[in-house]
Ligand binder design. Structure first.
Ligand code: IMP
Ligand code: MG
Length: 172
């Protein structure tokens, strides 16, 4: 793609994920954790993070979609895929690729809370706070980034570019 610029290099990405895993390892010593991977965007992040965790972990998947223009979240969330395991009384971490307006995580957070986990935390690789509409308490943040539309490492534009090993953006 023309004008594709790198925002976060692969090496920097992996180093930061290592640090996040270390933080989680320290916060959950001896505890079992259920990671909820939010499809499709956070699949690469969840896999790399999970490999670095020392705890016993289980992985669940959820998929939601927000209607709206390709690059702007509308706030209307549609549940596409539900978790299959039981999270009641468990230590749960929602693993997300990016928080933009916050609408998606606000929905997911409330949704999982209803299932009565013992603890519920949020881990996001990227945080784009400029367009936030919902206040979200995020426990683990990889990188805070400016309001650019980013792709790669799970993040797509029109379903493409998820397989890039770095986070990029299109210079306009
Ligand atoms: P929110 O509901 O506005 O916080 O948006 C969250 C969802 O929108 C993310 O899970 C992504 O799927 C998508 N999204 C937001 N910003 C970007 C971006 O810069 N690149 C790719 N997807 C994005
Ligand atoms: Mg997503």
């Amino acid at each position: 793609m023309k004008n594709l610029k790198i925002l976060i290099e692969e090496e920097k990405l992996q180093k930061r994920i290592e640090e996040l895993a270390e933080q989680i390892n320290q916060d959950y010593i001896g505890e079992e954790i259920i990671l909820i991977c939010i499809l499709k965007g956070s699949i690469f992040f969840t896999v790399d993070l999970a490999k670095k965790l020392k705890n016993d972990i289980k992985i669940e998947f959820m998929q939601v979609s927000s209607y709206g223009q390709e690059t702007i979240s509308s706030g209307k969330i549609d549940l596409k895929l539900e978790i299959t395991g039981d999270v009641q009384g468990k230590d749960v971490i929602i693993v997300e690729d990016i928080i933009d307006t916050g609408e998606t995580l606000d929905y997911l957070n409330q949704y999982i809370k209803q299932k009565k986990p013992s603890t519920l935390k949020i881990c996001t690789l990227l945080d784009k706070p400029e367009r936030r509409r919902k206040k979200i308490d995020v426990d683990y943040i990889g990188f805070t980034i400016p309001d650019k539309f980013v792709i790669g490492y799970g993040l797509d534009y029109d379903e493409y570019y998820r397989n890039l090993r770095y986070i990029g953006y299109i210079e306009t």
